[in-house]
Design a binder for this molecule. Structure first.
Ligand SMILES: N[C@@H](CCC(=O)N[C@@H](CS)C(=O)NCC(=O)O)C(=O)O
Length: 271
């Protein structure tokens, strides 16, 4: 039995759900409402001591970290295989998940907070907000949340986010420039699935053009990715009208500033 602890529009749960859909697996959802700080419930912290979603529980055993969950699912349910057979290619695939885990994921949180979740946070009581900021035992997360809440798009963490997206989409454009459909050739792998929720979030926020307007291979990849049945089943079909309109409403408010910051960042790049 597979149970996924998740929260609606959470990017790292989305990549797990795309993987579950690829493998046509039955699973049970358990909602952990991050805005009610349910991630800090002692029972949940026993499963995921970091106090984040997602957590997969398989036959009573918890697996945390979305990248590791996707690899675990691929090992245990190898049909269809979503990792390259060749060990060297597998190591290269993990460079993509590292890029997500070392920048793109946090970056997406900063951009989403500064544009949208900030507005939701303003509606919480000061006590509820304080609890959300606490992020048990992780001062770095608290600093990021506080900064994007207070300063929005002017937070220095948003600049890190813009740089992380620049790096990801630049690397993707270069990789696809020989005409391949997917990162490792004819068949998509967890490397592609890992990037999809982040491209989706920027699209739904109306921000993706800031990085992809001059990247035709990324645009074509995104068209293919967002048409996959597993993308629809694991991501787009599960977003409520309310979540879609929240993103469409708030994202564009930071677009001009994101473009300016990206241009300044690109002008400083030496390679
Ligand atoms: N590296 C972790 C990141 C998990 C993470 O940051 N999850 C977010 C939602 S996408 C979360 O639960 N945040 C808790 C909070 O906002 O308080 C993973 O990939 O599973």
């Amino acid at each position: 039995m597979l149970t996924l602890y998740q929260f609606g529009n959470s990017v790292c749960a989305q990549k797990v759900r795309i993987t579950l859909a690829e493998k046509d697996l039955d699973w049970e959802p358990v909602e952990v409402n991050l805005f009610k700080s349910e991630q800090y419930n002692p029972e949940y912290l026993k499963l995921n001591p970091k106090g984040v979603v997602p957590t997969l529980v398989h036959d009573g055993k918890p697996v945390i970290e979305s990248t590791l969950i996707c690899e675990y699912l691929d090992d245990v349910f190898p049909d269809p295989k979503l990792t390259p057979d060749d060990p060297y290619e597998r190591s290269q695939m993990r460079l993509w998940s590292k890029m997500v885990d070392e920048g793109l994921h946090e970056g997406t949180t900063e951009i989403s907070f500064s544009a949208m979740f900030r507005e939701r946070m303003k509606k919480l009581t000061p006590e509820q907000r304080e609890l959300r900021f606490q992020n048990i035992g992780d001062p770095r997360r608290r600093a990021r949340f506080t900064s994007t809440y207070n300063d929005g798009v002017e937070s220095p963490f948003v600049l890190n986010a813009i740089a992380a997206f620049e790096k990801a989409f630049k690397t993707l454009e270069e990789t696809l420039s020989d005409g391949r459909d997917w990162i490792f050739g004819d068949k998509y792998t967890l490397a592609d699935i890992n990037i999809m929720p982040y491209a989706a979030r920027m699209t739904y926020l109306g921000l993706i053009d800031a990085w992809t307007a001059d990247r035709p291979h990324v645009q074509a990849w995104w068209k293919r990715a967002s048409a996959l049945p597993s993308f629809k089943a694991g991501l787009s079909d599960l977003l409520s009208d309310e979540e879609m309109s929240e993103m469409a409403k708030h994202g564009p408010s930071i677009l001009d500033r994101v473009r300016e910051l990206r241009a300044e960042h690109v002008a400083q790049l030496t390679h």
